[in-house]
Write a protein that binds this ligand. Structure first.
Ligand SMILES: NC(=O)c1ccc[n+]([C@@H]2O[C@H](COP(=O)([O-])OP(=O)(O)OC[C@H]3O[C@@H](n4cnc5c(N)ncnc54)[C@H](OP(=O)(O)O)[C@@H]3O)[C@@H](O)[C@H]2O)c1
Length: 272
């Protein structure tokens, strides 16, 4: 997709490593650039990868030759998924500091991390009356996983990512995070009545742009997989997981000259 290759507003030109004022380039810089330009094998962690879109993303990245950690809050489910995929399993509950810190220590000891896919997510208000039924507890539970979990994992893995020659973060957002979509009558998302889930994903988008500005050497983007048949929506989605994982897989493999601070689906940039 041409627009995914294009330099975003905070893309390559804003990266001090690529600035014409950056000074003399070292051999190491050259080597790193070469590795990036020919495509490289990465180590990737995907949270909530024991099923659904995370599992399919893991399957595709393993098939492409990458080393993949299947993050799962349940060790048994994670181990079984990893065995099926030829991946590595790591216990990781995004709502639990100790579990996230232990996962970071394990992956650091194994050699580090290049790509983080913040995929774990919940939708607790499915089947309710939306605004009429939403409670503070539902908001808290949703934000705990979808937003605070994303930040908890990002924070814990930042030191590892900063040591990677080409760090990448993919935050799995939703089309329901788009104010434009949710407020455009007749558009996709307008009819969705829920409050907690779209609010949490809108927060994920803001987390994405603020982290992208703070870490210009990383490619940090939010993606919308599209309405995909998984347990999250009781298999109401019209897409297959193969279709839904497409943009996650693509952005997980984005190179150092790719976009950052963006919001994409499989067809290109989405309106905020
Ligand atoms: N499906 C869609 O139409 C759609 C559309 C847009 C965005 N998304 C997003 O895509 C992502 C993946 O969702 P999915 O559709 O693949 O749903 P899913 O099949 O229900 O998978 C969700 C995954 O998140 C894990 N998870 C939940 N809470 C967790 C926690 N506290 N710690 C670690 N893992 C946790 C689940 O683990 P357990 O098996 O232990 O529950 C599961 O592995 C979510 O962020 C979702 O919001 C989905």
């Amino acid at each position: 997709m041409v627009h995914l290759q294009a330099h975003g507003p905070t893309g390559r030109r804003d990266n001090p490593r690529h600035s014409k004022h950056a000074g003399k380039r070292t051999c190491l810089d050259f080597e790193r650039t070469l590795i990036r330009s020919v495509g490289r094998m990465t180590t990737t962690l995907i949270t909530g990868a024991n099923k659904g879109l995370g599992f399919e993303t893991a399957r595709r990245l393993v098939a492409a030759g990458h080393t993949v950690y299947v993050g799962s809050r349940d060790p048994g489910r994670g181990r079984r998924a990893a065995e099926r995929l030829g991946a590595r399993a790591v216990r990781l509950d995004v709502t639990d500091d100790g579990s996230v810190a232990a996962a970071a220590a394990t992956i650091e000891a194994d050699g580090g991390l290049d790509v983080l896919v913040n995929n774990a997510g919940i939708q607790v208000e499915l089947g309710t009356d939306g605004a009429a039924a939403v409670t503070a507890d539902m908001m808290r539970e949703t934000f705990d996983t979808n937003v605070f979990g994303t930040v908890r994992v990002l924070h814990a893995f930042l030191p590892l990512l900063r040591r990677s020659p080409a760090p990448v973060v993919v935050n799995v957002s939703s089309g329901l995070a788009s104010f434009t979509r949710v407020t455009t009558r007749g558009g996709p998302g307008y009819a969705y009545p829920g409050v907690a889930y779209p609010a949490s994903k809108a927060a994920v988008n803001m987390v994405t742009v603020q982290f992208a500005k703070a870490f210009p050497a990383m490619r940090i983007n939010a993606v919308e997989p599209g309405y995909t048949s998984t347990d999250l929506n009781h298999h109401g989605g019209h897409q297959t997981v193969e279709e839904g994982a497409e943009i996650i897989v693509r952005m997980a493999q984005v190179t150092a000259d790719g976009p950052t601070g963006g919001y994409f689906d499989a067809h290109g940039t989405l309106p905020w």
